[in-house]
Design a protein around this ligand. Structure first.
Ligand SMILES: Cc1cc2nc3c(=O)[nH]c(=O)nc-3n(C[C@H](O)[C@H](O)[C@H](O)COP(=O)(O)OP(=O)(O)OC[C@H]3O[C@@H](n4cnc5c(N)ncnc54)[C@H](O)[C@@H]3O)c2cc1C
Length: 549
């Protein structure tokens, strides 16, 4: 009988624990050792910020398993407060520091799984004890200790996921929060005209949001900005991003990928055939470009941990799935979700892109409580395949982005979205679901039935002498319109055809739908006409994103 395999896993959370538990289900005889530097395994790091406001009331809810429960159910040898110091590829051993007993020892492996995650980027040259991070249960406990005397003011450095989650929860705690972000917009993976809505909500919640702002120095009680302004604070959090934990791999001589993560092949195998890597520390393959990238997502870490177990147990060689970067974030009830590439990333990479903007309601507008979302779809104009989508709104954003993610995974074209049969009653959708609408709009553009101009192209067209027609009602026009426009409401547009004949016309309405009808009326009269994509709302958001959000 073959000797039982010995598998050592470094990191006992998302990727590491998925690999370890799946391995046990595949191989009852293997000796599986999980080494975890912190005092906890299987903790819900995604939930940590929500305990600060006690939205997640009990700390214990965040700790899903412990060494004893994992030993009982999965016969895993889980050692917390055990930090791996080095890997010896030739000897196939790891050197471990037991942080409780302060001893160093060596453990042999047949296979090694690296899932050490990523480390929070901390400000340079600052005494780290003044600045808090949010990665582990210990980080959360430390933050709690600082927050215990109920301080009033907090500064958060960084406006990504974790920065916004911290801001939301500190505001809920009743603190006054300043959020400092170096970039021009929050959530850099969103296009600016969607990110601006998030910034508006962040400000509306009372957060003092400083975009295009850097800090230059700290004291225990203040942060000095590049403008010279000094922000007094009681607590400082760093949420400036993360960097893959690669020092073990690098020191051992494993290959590092182009983005600074551990290089892995399609089975998550590193440059050493006995070592696998998953999670935030490992490079991923981008599903759109096929290139290597980083992606710090819990679902990916879990799935790739599963794939590694399959590869070690030799049950299947199905490659680990490339990433679409599907993600979602809530801030004070506003939901921002994305999948695939943004328009700005596609344009920067020189890829042709067709863009669709819509502003649908999450369910039938006549049923109480309907909420509008801003939706954006990016499509390859040559293949009609979906390259990305973004949505910002309330209810229903999550399921629509998940449908698009599924469509992208399955290779369903943008036009085929019109044909998807989706669950509908007035409380949950519309007979023409927002997903179907994207398909219809895409098809109208793809088949040349209507042409569109983007909000960021409008100035160029107007400078070239195009005529801009607002086809909304007089009341809507009075309430706010684009300066250069004339108002010919849709219902009387036919009366103005003679005036528009021979001109290049741009029509717009509130969201693009009446504009499409107007464009069809004019086009059938032989008038050269384009519709402003996403209408006045998208243009207004775009303009807001160019100025001070
Ligand atoms: C506050 C927060 C919120 C998040 N929210 C979301 C979300 O909503 N959605 C989402 O998809 N993702 C979210 N993420 C990201 C997600 O948690 C990570 O992508 C995922 O946990 C990565 O899994 P991992 O196994 O690579 O690393 P981790 O889960 O971070 O685990 C790595 C573990 O390895 C241990 N370790 C490191 N080095 C050593 C060593 N030398 N020896 C022993 N142990 C070591 C660390 O202590 C750590 O516990 C969030 C992350 C954080 C921190």
């Amino acid at each position: 009988m073959e000797r039982p395999k010995k598998i050592v896993v470094i990191g006992g959370v998302a990727g590491g624990m998925s690999a370890a538990t799946r391995l046990r289900r595949l191989d009852e005889r293997a000796h599986i050792v999980v080494l975890e530097r912190s005092g906890f395994v299987s903790y819900a790091n995604c939930g940590l910020p929500y305990h600060l406001s006690e939205t997640i009331e009990h700390r214990s809810s965040l700790i899903l398993q412990n060494p004893v429960s994992l030993g009982a159910r999965f016969n895993l040898d889980v050692r917390v407060r055990h930090e791996v110091l080095s890997i010896d590829l030739q000897a196939k051993t790891v050197t471990i520091f037991d942080r409780v007993w302060k001893v160093t020892y060596v453990e042999r492996y047949d296979y090694l799984v690296l899932s050490p995650g990523a480390a929070a980027v901390m400000p340079n040259g600052v005494d780290e004890k003044w600045v808090l991070a949010m990665r582990t249960v210990e980080d959360m406990d430390k933050a709690f200790a600082w927050l215990y005397p109920n301080p009033e003011k907090a500064v958060i450095l960084g406006g990504g996921f974790i920065g916004l989650e911290l801001a939301e929860n500190l505001v809920k705690r009743g603190m006054s929060v300043t959020l400092i972000h170096r970039g021009k917009q929050l959530l850099s993976y969103l296009d600016p005209e969607l990110a601006v809505t998030v910034a508006q909500r962040v400000r509306a919640s009372g957060v003092d949001l400083r975009l295009e702002t850097s800090f230059v120095s700290f004291t225990r009680t203040s942060v000095t900005l590049d403008s010279g302004e000094v922000i007094p604070t009681d607590v400082i959090f760093s949420a400036m991003g993360v960097k893959p934990e690669i020092h073990l791999a690098q020191d051992a001589g494993l290959a590092i990928g182009p983005n600074g993560g551990i290089w892995v092949d399609a089975q998550q195998r590193t440059s050493d055939r006995y070592i696998f890597a998953v999670g935030d520390a490992a490079e991923k393959i981008d599903a759109i470009s096929g290139d290597e990238r980083l992606a710090t997502l819990a679902g990916l870490a879990n799935r790739h941990g599963h794939s590694v177990a399959n590869a070690i147990a030799k049950v299947t060689t199905v490659p680990a799935t490339p990433t679409l970067g599907t993600s979602i974030l809530s801030f004070d009830g506003l939901v921002a979700a994305t999948v695939g590439w943004s328009e700005k990333a596609l344009r920067a990479s020189g890829r042709p892109v067709r863009v669709i903007h819509t502003h649908p309601a999450d369910h039938a507008a006549y049923y109480p409580g309907a909420q509008t979302m801003r939706f954006k779809l990016m499509v390859d104009p040559d293949t009609d395949l979906i390259l990305g989508a973004q949505a910002v709104g309330g209810n229903g954003v999550d399921k629509r982005i998940d449908v698009i993610s599924t469509a992208m995974f399955a290779g369903i074209t943008a036009s085929s979205l019109a044909q998807l049969e989706l669950a509908y009653d007035p409380q949950h959708g519309s007979a023409k679901d927002p997903i179907n609408m994207l398909g219809y709009v895409n098809r109208n553009i793809a088949e040349g039935l209507t042409s569109v101009v983007e909000w960021h192209e409008l100035d160029t067209r107007l400078n070239a002498g195009d005529v801009l027609v607002d086809v909304r009602t007089a009341g809507e026009y009075k309430y706010g319109h684009i300066d250069e426009s004339v108002n010919y409401p849709l219902d009387v547009l036919r009366e103005h055809i003679a005036t528009l004949r021979g001109k290049n016309v741009i029509v717009y309405c509130q969201v693009g739908q009446r504009g499409h009808t107007a464009a069809r009326i004019l086009a059938q009269e032989g008038i050269s006409v384009v519709n402003l994509n996403g209408g006045y709302l998208t243009w207004k958001a775009g303009m807001a994103s160019k100025g001070d959000q």
